[in-house]
Structure formats: structure tokens, C-alpha cells
Design a protein around this ligand. Structure first.
Ligand code: AMP
Ligand code: MG
Length: 329
């Protein structure tokens, strides 16, 4: 976080929705009520805005975020639906159900928001204030719970204010959220599987699917407030090329993921070089992380050498993701 922001609190009305849309379009952060809990919204297509969102929450890791859209038609611009997935969407949207789906090639959602995955979590909320904001903005909004990492999810505007005042631009006060627990997450990447129990019951889902739903329990827990939705272990972005972290030099045949203005020793012999942020800005680096890794992974190097990234601020999350991407498989 650079300079502290002035956080305005606005009563929920059409003027507040219009202001929210302006802030989102400018890369800012807006908290608003959904039927589950208050969400902290950012333009899903704006990498730096999403990096600021992680920073405002103080997330230790870049977990993939849920893209919120106004209707099924908008969701179909992001993800591939099959007949079964369509049944779920038609039965439960708008509502507290999140579907994890194959991401379409044309999907404009930032790589940082999907944590570099080929899948995307999508939801159509039914809270009138969330719907007004989405309609006014007209594009997908990522919106994790509007609390500092490690704190309890907020169900009132005051909770958001206590956690995030000075870190976000606007809080829309729409009273207490009706559901109060997070959305149910169902992975639809083959046989549907329950990743996180939530606002829609398993029984209701099974009635619609006309079969039982496997539950994939959380494989690992996270330091975040969000228990990592299950399947997370499998859903860590994993490049094919091996990573060598904290590289102070480049070996022949390697590709280089740089950071900051000073190239490491041997940088000239790298097969390809991408810099997360030549000016050493961690927000810019976070926004570039997954897309740069993808490009370097495809560049045919023996190894991706990664320069040291400072541990401060978003650097912690960047280093967490790099360490996972480097883990032996
Ligand atoms: P939150 O919005 O903070 O309540 O949490 C979002 C949840 O969605 C996290 O638990 C993520 O792990 C999960 N999630 C988002 N995208 C994906 C994805 N592509 N695959 C699996 N889980 C996902
Ligand atoms: Mg949360």
C-alpha cells in the first residue's frame, strides 16, 4: 500500500452503483453486499487492480478469485458450459452457487485473478446491490470477501469499514447480508464435484443433477481466512519447465524471469528474458506474474531462472506462488 486512501461509505442507491462503476473502471476497489457476505470488488480484467485487491486484503497467497457477472449470458463469455452445467446455472442463478468451469480462450479475466489456471470460478449473485453494481459496470468483477486476510467474513458494512478503511475507495452500505456464509463451489470439469459447502445445499444440487455429488475435501488448508477450496492442490498453476528461484546468475540455455532494473550476471545468454517489473514495483510484478510464467514456460528454456523478489508487501504472495510453482512434482 502506498498512500492511504479515503474510503467513502455510501448508502445503496443508483448513484452509489454509478460511482462504483466509475471507480472500478479506474482500477479502484469497491466493497458491496452480496447475498452471501460483503465482497471487495475489482475489475476482473485489470491485473494491477487485482494486485491492489490482494494487497488491501493482506492475502498471503494469490488464491484464484470468483468472477461475478450479471447473468448467464455474461458468464458464457468467460467459461464453457455443457448441458449439465447449464442445468445448474439455470436452477441456481442468480444465487449463492459458484461454478468452476473451463476458461474460454476469449475470456478477458486477468491471469492474476485466476491464479494462472485454465479454469475460472463464476457466479451470478442475486443481491440487488451487487446486481446494480454489476449492471452499472457492465463487465466481470472479482469479489472475494471484503475483510483483511485472517479475519472473519463481513456481513455488515461496519465490518468492512473496521477492516479496510483507508485501503479501498468505496463501501456501499446495503445492510446485513441475508445468507451470511460463502457460496457453494462446484467444480464442473468432468463429473461435478463439491469443492466447498455453502449457501446452496448439497441436497438441492443433487436434485437438479439427479445424482449424488462427490465431495472433494480440502487437500491443504491455507493461511488465509478462506479454507482453500478443495482441489486447490491440483489447481496450483504449474509450469512444465523447472523453476530456479533466487537466481543471481543465468546458466546457458535458461530463460530469465527478472525483477527490478539490474539484470543478473549472465543475463545476456538467457534464451528469453521477461521482467516482472523493471522499476521494481511489486503491484506491477504481481499483475504480470502468471502471464510471464506462461510465456517463459513456452519458450523452450532448460529452466526458468527467477531473480530474487523482495518479501515485503505483495512480495510474500508472489514468493508463495513461485515456491509452489517450483515445488518438485
Ligand atoms: P472467496 O471468494 O474468498 O470466498 O473464495 C474463492 C474460492 O474459490 C477460493 O476458495 C478458491 O480456492 C476457489 N476458486 C476460485 N477459482 C477456482 C478455480 N479455478 N479452481 C478451484 N477453486 C477455485
Ligand atoms: Mg474470504
Amino acid at each position: 500500500m502506498t498512500a492511504a486512501l479515503t474510503t467513502r461509505v455510501a448508502k445503496a442507491d443508483s448513484a452509489a452503483a454509478a460511482e462504483a462503476a466509475r471507480i472500478l473502471a479506474a482500477g479502484g476497489l469497491v466493497a458491496f453486499p452480496t447475498e452471501t457476505v460483503y465482497g471487495l470488488g475489482a475489475d476482473a480484467a485489470n491485473g494491477p487492480a487485482i494486485a491492489r485487491l490482494y494487497e488491501a486484503k493482506g492475502r498471503p497467497a494469490f488464491n484464484p478469485l470468483i468472477a461475478h457477472v450479471v447473468d448467464l449470458e455474461a458468464a458464457r463469455e468467460l467459461a464453457r458450459f455443457d448441458a449439465r452445467t447449464m442445468r445448474l446455472a439455470q436452477a441456481f442463478w442468480p444465487g449463492p452457487l459458484t461454478l468452476v468451469l473451463p476458461k474460454l480462450r476469449k475470456c478477458r479475466v486477468a491471469e492474476l485473478a485466476t491464479a494462472g489456471l485454465d479454469t475460472i470460478a463464476v457466479r451470478v449473485p442475486n443481491h440487488p446491490v451487487a446486481r446494480d453494481v454489476l449492471a452499472a459496470f457492465g463487465k466481470p468483477v472479482v469479489a472475494p470477501s471484503a475483510n483483511r486476510s485472517g479475519h472473519v467474513s463481513p456481513t455488515r458494512a461496519e465490518h468492512v469499514k473496521a477492516d479496510l478503511a483507508g485501503r479501498i475507495d468505496l463501501i456501499i452500505d446495503g445492510g446485513a447480508t441475508p445468507v451470511g456464509v460463502e457460496s457453494t463451489i462446484v467444480a464442473c470439469l468432468g463429473e461435478p464435484a463439491l469443492l466447498r459447502p455453502g449457501g446452496v445445499t448439497r441436497a438441492a444440487l443433487e436434485r437438479t443433477l439427479r445424482h449424488t455429488l462427490a465431495y472433494i475435501p480440502p487437500a491443504i488448508s491455507s493461511a488465509d481466512d478462506t479454507p482453500l477450496a478443495p482441489g486447490m492442490l491440483a489447481s496450483h498453476y504449474a509450469p512444465h519447465t523447472r523453476l530456479r528461484l533466487n537466481a543471481h546468475y543465468v546458466e546457458p540455455g535458461e530463460v530469465l524471469l527478472g525483477f527490478g532494473p539490474t539484470p543478473p550476471e549472465g543475463a545476456k545468454r538467457a534464451k528469453k528474458v521477461l521482467n516482472l517489473s523493471p522499476r521494481g514495483d511489486l503491484i506491477e510484478a504481481a499483475a504480470n506474474l502468471f502471464s510471464h510464467l506462461r510465456v517463459l514456460d513456452a519458450a523452450g528454456g532448460s529452466t526458468i531462472a527467477v531473480m530474487p523478489i523482495p518479501a515485503a508487501g505483495l512480495g510474500e504472495a508472489i514468493n508463495d506462488r513461485l515456491a509452489r510453482a517450483a515445488a518438485p512434482r
